[in-house]
Design a protein around this ligand. Sequence first.
Ligand code: SAM
Length: 241
Amino acid sequence: MAITRWYKEKKREHFYNEAKRLGYRARSAFKLIQINEKFGIIKKGDVVVDLGCSPGGWCQVALELTGGEGVVVGVDLLPTEPISGVRLMRGDMTTDETVERLLEVVNEKSVQAARPDLLVDCVLSDMSPDISGHYTTDQARSIWLCYRALEFARKVLREEGGFACKVFEGEDFIEFRSELKRWFRHVRPFSPPASRKSSSEIYLVAKGFRAVPLPKAEPKRAAKSENEDEEEEAAPRERFL
Ligand SMILES: C[S@@+](CC[C@H](N)C(=O)[O-])C[C@H]1O[C@@H](n2cnc3c(N)ncnc32)[C@H](O)[C@@H]1O
């Protein structure tokens, strides 16, 4: 067996055994632990929404990080075994119906926790499409889920709130990252050590949600006439990220 493959399998085995030992439902729990160690997007008492939560590893971690004093809500296409202290629901985040039901649940939970309506501190998305094996298709589906997650986050996040989502690298990645930068003050790509090295997945972690986004950057033009240059000089500069 090649050394790199041997190393990857050992690492996978290590996180799998650790997840079992610590009672996490999925190895992926360590990815959220590592994201939070680096970026501190979840704090005690926070309201957290976890999109694509099944089997529930991230919800378990979010519950620990909020110290049982916050609110954790999870949603997935698939059923998730109950987790005491976490509100779970089943639904497809690409449909308006699920988004509306989720907004109601978050609202109801925020009220119960004596937090203002619909003010969420952090939205997480570990949603993955069904893998077809055709990378371009899978990557496009993954980006589509990221946009849905961002759209939801824009509806519920408090100002300065946080966001993290899984994305497959490739076409449209840069465009999605630019879109995130319009909405958040800080956006960083991060590969948690618990992710497989061979995997093309990466997490985009964002902090400092802006209720009012930056304007969209104008697409660059290939060729310009002299007059166009003059016009551009005179126009106020757009802020490019
Ligand atoms: C990698 S798993 C999440 C693992 C989870 N973070 C954990 O720690 O247990 C990805 C999940 O995304 C869910 N998913 C994919 N598309 C979805 C959608 N449109 N709406 C809701 N969940 C979705 C899948 O059903 C799957 O359970």
